[in-house]
Write a protein that binds this ligand. Structure first.
Ligand SMILES: Cc1ncc(COP(=O)(O)O)c(C=O)c1O
Length: 465
């Protein structure tokens, strides 16, 4: 896709999304071509082209010499719009819609099989926490998160990455989903431009979209980014932030090199663009530890670091941490106080005592071996096809390209009938193009399910719809 195509698609998506959210209502006048072009830093012809396509699709109409208006028929294309009060607030999480469909072979969840998680041990720590803190259920956490937990995590980061961040600069969140949400609310206003990887973590796309962001993208490749493209996008669009997942990236599994990490920080400083580093998979590596987080190269407060512990310790406890410069954490704290006034104290204390124990390291080491075995098994079964992927060195997913005539959206429809699910590439694409890519998680299913389910999935490609 050329840069012109990207820009066109972004304007088209932006306008359509405002109509979908009912922010621009039936018969309301759209911004003039000149104003929207200026707001979105694109050429007027790009806006004209997007308006013309929307007109052709009956989403908008033109009045002579007056401009473009929202068409009444636009509404019928969007779900849940009967009730105008509800319709103004409808937001989508495409990934969770797939997760809610019960299936026997679930390759859509980037989660770890509960049989590989420390369920048995965690109950010991529940008891310990109630013994140690008799009032734990009658007390709120501080908004920023339990002090003891923040101190422990601050030491952990010094020990692992030689990065000193005081506990005052840590903020405990209810999973990194909440952390992304807080970033969006604290730093992004409607129409602000932000930069995302293409593809990207689907829920993050939905969160930033719901905030009304104007999304521009850079491609992520097996060896990282094309830094010229990153620089071009930063220079041209002046994004407020770049949300990125540079270590065992979801959905691709790719990892950005140490050299690129350093250069990214320099670019972000030069163009005054916040880097939001989402690092949910750092510890889930197979042969070799990944490079240190981008955050460790930052000396000027350009990076906000998000680290979730949900995936490999306990999704049920929902513990993640954000780290960053004092002024950034201050803004995030204000939003966090409005969100929930602090994450549950009981969860933080249980997590703290388990995380500080020697058992964690043993658990992670065993987990890496189990996940590598499952990944290799999935790759072996897929080896019978002409599908292509780059084998990841960590993380939970394979990002697989099918022959170009296969639409993975259609394949999903067929597969669900056979009780198999996966994530179609389109929902990981901020530009929402149809795609022959899909994400297969090898971490949630056991070996028997992988063997049978992937064989069945391969069969679906040859069965007509
Ligand atoms: C890149 C990335 N960020 C964040 C999350 C959400 O994690 P959490 O469970 O901490 O909300 C996920 C989950 O799949 C993810 O892949």
């Amino acid at each position: 896709m050329t840069n012109g195509d990207y820009l066109f698609k972004q304007v088209y998506d932006y306008v359509l999304h405002r109509i979908e959210l009912n922010e621009w209502r039936e018969d309301e006048k759209l911004p003039s071509i000149r104003n929207l072009a200026a707001d979105m830093s694109v050429h007027r012809l790009t806006v004209l082209k997007a308006y013309q396509l929307l007109k052709q699709e009956n989403k908008i109409y033109a009045k002579d010499k007056s401009g473009y208006y929202v068409h009444s028929r636009a509404k019928s294309n969007f779900e849940n719009l009967d009730n105008p009060i509800i319709s103004a607030y409808v937001q989508k999480n495409h990934l969770s819609e797939i997760h809610q469909i019960p299936v026997s072979y679930d390759f859509s969840q980037a989660l770890i099989d509960p049989n590989l998680l420390p369920n048995r041990y965690l109950s010991d720590y529940v008891k310990k926490v109630f013994d140690l803190y008799s009032k734990v259920l009658s007390t709120y956490s501080t908004i920023q998160g339990d002090g003891e937990l923040r101190e422990t995590l601050a030491h952990y980061f010094v020990h692992h990455y030689k990065t000193i961040t005081p506990a005052e600069n840590l903020l405990i969140t209810t999973g990194s989903t909440q952390a992304i949400h807080l970033v969006a609310q604290a730093f992004v206003k409607a129409r602000d431009t932000i930069l995302l990887e293409r593809p990207s973590y689907s829920a993050a796309i939905d969160i930033f979209r719901a905030q009304g962001a104007n999304i521009v993208t850079v491609d992520i490749h097996p060896d990282g980014y094309d830094l010229d493209q990153v620089e071009f996008m930063m220079k041209t669009h002046k994004p407020r932030l770049f949300y990125l997942n540079p270590t065992f990236h979801n959905p691709t599994g790719y990892t950005v090199s140490a050299a690129q990490r350093k250069q990214l920080v320099q670019l972000a400083e030069q163009y005054r663009c916040l880097l939001i580093e989402d690092d949910a998979y750092h510890d889930i590596y197979f042969d070799q530890e990944p490079p240190p987080p981008i955050y460790t190269y930052d000396t000027s407060g350009t990076v906000i670091y998000l680290r979730s512990f949900c995936k490999y310790i306990s999704p049920g406890l929902r513990i993640a941490v954000m780290m960053g410069h004092t002024s950034l954490i201050k803004s995030l704290l204000a939003v966090k106080s409005l969100a929930d006034n602090g994450s549950p104290l009981l969860n933080q204390k249980i997590f703290l005592h388990y995380f500080a124990s020697a058992r964690v390291q043993q658990h992670i080491e065993k987990l890496r071996i189990a996940l590598q075995i499952r990944k290799e098994l999935m790759e072996r079964v897929l080896g019978a096809t002409d599908w292509r992927w780059t084998s990841p060195n960590g993380g939970l997913n394979l990002w697989v390209q099918l022959p170009s005539h296969v639409s993975t959206e259609e394949l999903l429809a067929k597969s669900l009938q056979q009780s198999i699910s996966f994530v179609p590439g389109q929902i990981c694409d901020p530009l929402k193009q149809t795609s022959s890519w899909l994400r297969l998680s090898y971490s949630y299913s056991n070996e028997e399910q992988i063997l049978q389910g992937i064989r069945r999935l391969i069969d679906q490609v040859h069965i007509p719809l």
